[in-house]
Design a protein around this ligand. Sequence first.
Ligand SMILES: C[S@@+](CC[C@H](N)C(=O)[O-])C[C@H]1O[C@@H](n2cnc3c(N)ncnc32)[C@H](O)[C@@H]1O
Length: 406
Amino acid sequence: MKTESVVLIIADISGYTRFMLDHQKALVHSQMVISELLNLLVQQAGPPLEVVELEGDAVFMYAAKAEQAVARKKIGAQLLEFFAVFRRKTEELQAYSMCFCNACRNIAKLKLKIVVHSGEAVFSKIGQFNRLSGVDVITVHRLLKNSVAAREYLLATESAMADLEFPEPLEMIATEEAYDVGALKTCAYLPAAGRPVAAHKTAARPLFPSHVGREILRYEIRREYSEVANTPGKGFHFHTGGALAQMLDYEAHWCNTIPAPAVASFAGTGNPFAVGEIRRGDHVLDVGSGAGFDSLIAAHLVGPSGRVVGVDMTPAMLHKARAAATAAGLRQVEFKEGYAESLPLPDAWADVVISNGAINLCPDKPAVFREMYRVLKPGGRLQIADLVVRKAISEKAKKNIDLWTG
Ligand SMILES: C[S@@+](CC[C@H](N)C(=O)[O-])C[C@H]1O[C@@H](n2cnc3c(N)ncnc32)[C@H](O)[C@@H]1O
C-alpha cells in the first residue's frame, strides 16, 4: 500500500431518465449509447490521467500531482477536451440515429459532469485491480451531489484549482458545498455558458452509419431474425416459410427436398435462382443466408464438386442452417458467422454471389457491394433478390428502426 498526492476526477454521464427502465428496447439502446460514450472518455484519458475504474455511468480517474505548470496545463486541457469530444459524439450519434425509441431520441440530452478534487489517496491492489481509498476519494465522490443548477459542468474544489491550469482563463462561478466530510469551497465552469466547446480542436467526423447506430440496428435485426429462426410460426409483418417460397415461384420440389425447419424460417423477398443458372462445380456465396433455404438449394445445384458458403450475423439462424445441412447430408455447404460488409471469404472465390432479403437491412450498402465484388471471380455473377424503392424515403421512415429490421 502507498499513499500519493493526486488530482482525483470523476466524469459522469447523465441525462437518461428512469423512463428507460420501463422499456426493454430503450433500456438496451441506452446502455449501448452509454457504453460508447464511456469508451470515448476512457480513450480520451491519456497520461497523465489514469483510469481507476468505471462506476456505473461514470469514469473515475486520477493524475499524480505535478509540480510543473506544463503537466497542470495538460490536465486542464484534457478536462476541457472531455466536454468537446463528448458533445461532438452525442451530436453525431443523434444525427445518425436510426431509431425513435426514447433512448435514441434523447441522445443529445446526455450531458457530462466532471468533478475534480485534489488530495491524498491510498493505493492498494486487489487481484489485478487498483483501489484508491481515503477521505479525499470519498470527497470527490460526494461532489457528484452538489448545488450547481446546470446539466453540464466542471466542479472543482479549491485544492483542485491549485493543481490545474487551463489553456485560457475560464469563467468560473464560486460555489460552496457542505458534506459529511466537511464544507468545501468550490467553483464551477459551465461549458454551455462559456466559449463553445466545439471550438477546441476537432476530429474528423466518421461517415454514416455511426458505430453505435449500426450496433443498435444489428442488435435489433438479430433479435427479430432469432425469432424467425426459433418461432417461425409466430407471425411477422413479412411473409415466411413454404407459403412464401410458393409465392416467389420457387420450384415446388425444393420445399420437399430441404429439411422442414429451414423451409419454415425462409424469409426471402424474391427468388435469386430465377435470374441466372447455378452450375455444377460452382462456388456460391449466399449473403445473409438466414436458416439456409437458398444455400441448401444452391448446394443441390452445385453438387458434391461445388462449394456453397452461407454468411449470416444471427447465431440462431446459423444454428438452424447448420442443422439443416447436416440433416440433408450436404457436405458441400457451410455456414459462417460474419457481416455482409466484411465477408469472411478470400478475394475472387465465388462464381456466383446470391442474396435474398438481406441487403435492405444493411445501412452501408456500398460496403456490401464492394465486398461482393471483391469475393467474386472476374466474370462472376450477382443474383440478388431484395427490396427496391422507387421513390425517396422520408427522413422519418429512415429513423424508424422497425422499418429497418422488417
Ligand atoms: C430477411 S432474412 C433473409 C434470410 C435468407 N436469405 C432467406 O431468404 O430466408 C435477412 C437475414 O440477413 C441477415 N443479416 C442482416 N444484416 C446482415 C449483415 N449486415 N450481415 C450479415 N447478415 C445480415 C439476418 O440475420 C437475417 O438472417
